[in-house]
Design a binder for this molecule. Structure first.
Ligand code: GCW
Length: 657
């Protein structure tokens, strides 16, 4: 049994580079990382790290090259040498890994010089890690891969070798920021900002040589809980002073500190509302403390009322972020990034794109994804999410001729740049992510954040090629993973309606689990129909938060896309979809089909027994059995529920319990 799985950087991934003569030119901590990578690769594969003389690969960091983006690189061939040039170590690191991913073709292709630069300036991972074990959420909130790789015994771990490997993995896919603790900031975690700061310094040192800046989640109430002040009112001068001093201390210890992440007035976290202030007042107070040092505050838009009454049909959680934040457009400081979840609810398998993204042209926006699979199988199910993220990033809120979501995040839509952020899925599990195939989601997030135009299949292809030494697994893995997000969608909540999960842990089916709970009501199924009426005409008015054309497309059942029908409309069970099927029959068909697809996935995997490492084979085999069990449970619970509610039998007469 290996200690820690190498993920997408096993020795075999470096064969092409490592078997050649390689020269590295330049100085600085990140160039040193590149040199170390080369040293290891050539030792493994028989090549050489050369100081001068002919080389097959030259990695050149030349600060005066005229390139303005430190993260960019140019790769091409000069004579028989493949040359990567960058003006900064971090660009060189990205160029090096580009060559690694290309493999032999980096040395045999047309050789024309091409410039590569990230499409998003900020590519960030948020950890929902607690320092201490939380009594309900465990050490990593919504973490499905064991405990935290950062913390043990009440502080940052003594042995950071695991973090070092993680930083290396993230650097190889271009992630450039990491937030080190949960957005729900508990007592001990708040102290990372003050007396536990020396520990944070150690983590920052591990990430720095990989081009990664660290952030901390902070509690809005910290001036009271840590500072002993009577208030955390963001407009109180003593509060502002407190933030300024504490922030200056952080920068004295970590000069390249990235800044703060804040969840305020959300799910019980403190915030500016307690003082009659708005979220711009709150965010700007922290932003002003960070500004002198070039820091950024990521302020989350995930603010909603979690004390609802199911009888009240006017309160709609989906509306909340737009209702709270759109009116504040233009009032945030330049170093505030508003961090918006990709959908209006909460990382469901299918949601429309958040309307906030098109509503704040004078605000820096970052789109937040969830790599950790809270609602998508919790790293027990194969659910390759890159196609979902790709769809969101490619969505055009203003219609076919308008900008994409990725354009907004990147600052290409006339709005200032924010970036993309995702909740990490790693833990201290030997495979990093619990499910070995969930590593592909982490990899894919980084790659898509770098270039939102990459095809999901191409990203998966890179991951397979790097991760598995035996290339004959490629087709089988595509067959198993390419469509797995849609498979998951088929056997869980139908047509965009969402939730239907067990409250609390969010794993497995419970059709009415949330229906009468204060956290929101999501399907309103009765004997006549199902779905949430979010129209302007008769519902919550949520469709009005979108610009043309989507406000009209979503408003009408005629033009609303099938996959979101029940998100936007309450319809009778015999309503006919664009697919030609009725809603009720669609529910039955997709649930039978989705479950059977999982059975086929398990068969496909069984055929790989001799071609993947035994430990990976064993773990995935076990988890596919659980996925099949759970998909069967989903199928039966959902079908039975709707069979009973609607009174409509399956037209194919299959067994519905
Ligand atoms: O998805 C929900 C989770 C909470 C999480 C919250 C958030 C960290 O159920 O566990 O809290 O979102 O994004 O803040």
């Amino acid at each position: 049994m290996i200690d820690v799985h190498p993920a997408w950087l096993p020795a075999s991934a470096f064969r092409s580079v490592g078997s050649r003569r390689v020269r590295v030119t330049g100085d600085g901590p990140v160039v040193a990382t590149v040199r170390d990578e080369v040293r290891t690769a050539v030792a493994d594969h028989g090549g050489a790290l050369v100081e001068d003389g002919p080389a097959d690969l030259a990695l050149v960091c030349a600060p005066d090259d005229g390139e303005t983006d430190p993260e960019a690189f140019v790769v091409g061939r000069e004579g028989t040498t493949t040359v990567v040039r960058a003006v900064d170590g971090v660009g060189l690191l990205y160029g090096f890994h580009h060559v690694v991913r290309q493999g032999e073709s980096a040395f045999t292709g047309d050789g024309e010089a091409r410039r590569h630069a990230p499409r998003q300036p900020i590519r960030m991972l948020d950890h929902w890690d607690n320092v201490d074990e939380h009594p309900v959420m465990g050490q990593v909130e919504r973490g499905y891969a064991g405990g935290s790789i950062f913390y043990a015994d009440g502080g940052v771990r003594e042995d950071l070798s695991r973090v070092r490997s993680y930083a290396r993995l993230l650097g190889s896919i271009g992630v450039n920021r990491v937030c080190l603790n949960n957005v729900n900031v508990h007592r001990t975690e708040a102290r990372l900002l003050t007396d536990l700061l020396p520990d944070v310094v150690r983590l920052a040192e591990v990430f720095r040589p990989h081009g990664i800046r660290v952030h901390l989640s902070v509690s809005f109430a910290a001036p009271i809980t840590l500072g002993g002040l009577p208030t955390a009112d963001p407009l109180d001068p003593a509060v502002r002073d407190w933030w300024a001093h504490v922030t200056a201390d952080v920068y004295a210890a970590i000069p390249d500190f990235g800044g703060y992440v804040v969840k305020a007035d959300s799910e019980g976290q403190p915030g500016p509302f307690a003082y009659g202030r708005d979220h711009a007042d709150g965010a700007n107070t922290l932003a002003r403390a960070l500004a002198p040092f070039g820091g950024t505050v990521f302020w989350r838009a995930f603010v909603y009322n979690h004390r609802q009454d199911w009888r009240d049909r006017s309160t709609d959680r989906a509306r909340a972020a737009h209702d709270h934040f759109a009116p504040l457009d233009g009032s945030f400081d330049a170093n505030v990034v508003l961090q918006v979840k990709n959908g209006p609810l909460d990382f469901q398998v299918r949601e429309p794109v958040s309307p906030v993204i098109a509503a704040m042209p004078r605000t820096r926006l970052a789109v937040e994804f969830q790599v950790t699979q809270e609602y998508t199988g919790q790293q027990k199910h194969v659910c390759h999410l890159v196609p979902q993220w790709r769809e969101v990033l490619a969505f055009r809120p203003w219609g076919e001729d308008g900008h994409t979501v990725a354009d907004v995040a990147a600052g290409r839509a006339g709005t200032p740049a924010g970036g993309v952020v995702a909740v990490s899925n790693v833990g201290d599990d030997p495979f990093w992510t619990g499910h070995p195939l969930a590593q592909a989601n982490l990899f894919g997030f980084g790659r898509l954040a770098w270039d939102d135009r990459l095809a999901p299949e191409a990203v998966l292809d890179e991951w397979i090629g790097l991760t598995f030494a035996d290339d004959s697994v490629r087709d089988a893995l595509h067959g198993l993973m390419d469509g797995s997000w849609r498979t998951y969608e088929r056997y869980t909540a139908p047509l965009g309606v969402g939730f239907m999960v067990r409250p609390g842990d969010h794993y497995g089916p419970d059709v009415d689990g949330y229906e009468y709970s204060p956290w929101g009501t999501y399907h309103f199924a009765d004997r006549d129909g199902v779905g949430v009426d979010r129209t302007r005409a008769t519902g919550t008015g949520y469709t009005g938060q979108y610009p043309v054309p989507w406000r009209d497309r979503y408003e009408s059942v005629e033009t609303c896309p099938d996959e979101l029908l029940l998100f936007f409309h309450h319809v009778p069970y015999d309503h006919v979809l664009h697919s030609g099927e009725t809603v009720i029959q669609h529910i039955y068909d997709t649930h039978f089909a989705g479950r059977d697809e999982v059975a086929r996935m398990a068969d496909t995997w069984a055929g790989l027994a001799d071609r993947v490492p035994a430990d990976v084979f064993g773990r995935v085999t076990e988890l596919l059995a659980e996925q099949l069990r759970c998909a069967t449970e989903w199928r039966d619970q959902v079908n039975t529920y709707f069979r009973r509610k609607s009174g409509v039998p399956d037209k194919h007469g299959r067994t519905i319990y």
